[in-house]
Design a protein around this ligand. Structure first.
Ligand SMILES: [Zn+2]
Ligand SMILES: [Zn+2]
Length: 252
């Protein structure tokens, strides 16, 4: 199983997962040039992608659909509510939509993907748990303000984890965002802070997980160094061996 974050953050999110010759995209929130460039640098063409799974309708997760002509062979996977919200933003008639109700599983070649509900201010936002034929699992969870009940169980299964570490609480409070936006980001329907992510991981992570990607870092209210330091310190304090666990801040 290969995981390649193509872009991450409030300006755009997209990630590629590969198992043998099965490639899927999770979210498509970046511009066409960067998308094609980053795919090409890993030897993947748009035509090679079997499906694009959307977590929710916010434009930083969907904007590529309006600007790239994805081949019709790529299944667009989301729940009905999310797809309806996407339809209000762009012309979706060119796409082959596959409805994946929350909690259900879709088989895509050598990968299968389950959608799981999360708390965010989209119409029906989800995280995805990806299982590969090789037995490896990957948890993709971004854009959520509080930990869902299912999270500890899914984390236990995951060899690789992508989780958001959106903001440093202090930087958010003292930063330039207007107060309604500060409240939204910090709310249960907003985004996880570095501290929240560190707490969740240090409480529920198991030695099965070999790599953590910290994603959706705010360019205004966070830095990669701060996110990495906050999470690493919490895990070290909890007795994790950081020689056996890789932690990376996903690039914007
Ligand atoms: Zn969002
Ligand atoms: Zn987002």
């Amino acid at each position: 199983m290969k995981i390649l974050p193509l872009a991450s953050g409030s300006t755009g999110n997209a990630l590629l997962v590969q198992e043998n010759d099965t490639s899927i995209l999770i979210d498509a929130g970046i511009g066409p040039r960067i998308l094609k460039q980053r795919l090409a640098s890993s030897g993947v063409a748009l035509n090679d992608i079997r499906a694009c799974l959307l977590t929710h309708e916010h434009s930083d997760h969907t904007q590529a659909l309006a600007r790239v002509t994805f081949p019709k062979s790529i299944k667009m996977v989301a729940n009905a509510e999310t797809w309806l919200a996407v339809e209000q933003q762009l012309d979706t008639s060119v796409y082959d939509f596959y409805e994946l109700p929350v909690g259900n599983l879709i088989n895509l070649g050598d990968l299968s993907v389950q959608s799981l509900p999360i708390s965010h201010d989209g119409v029906n936002p989800v995280a995805y748990l990806v299982h590969a034929k090789s037995g490896k699992s990957f948890l993709y969870a971004t854009d959520f303000g509080i930990m869902p009940k299912w999270f500890p169980h899914a984390l236990k299964l995951a060899d690789y984890v992508f989780i958001e570490a959106n903001h440093d609480r202090q930087m958010l409070i003292t930063g330039p965002y207007p107060s309604h936006l500060k409240r939204r980001v910090a709310s249960p329907y907003g985004h996880l802070s570095n501290d929240q992510t560190a707490q969740i991981l240090s409480k529920y992570l198991t030695p099965k997980t070999k790599k953590i990607y910290l994603g959706h870092l705010s360019q205004t209210n966070n830095t990669p160094q701060l996110a990495l330091r906050t999470v690493s310190t919490a895990l070290l304090n909890q007795g994790f061996d950081l020689n056996r666990l890789e932690i990376e801040a996903a690039a914007p």
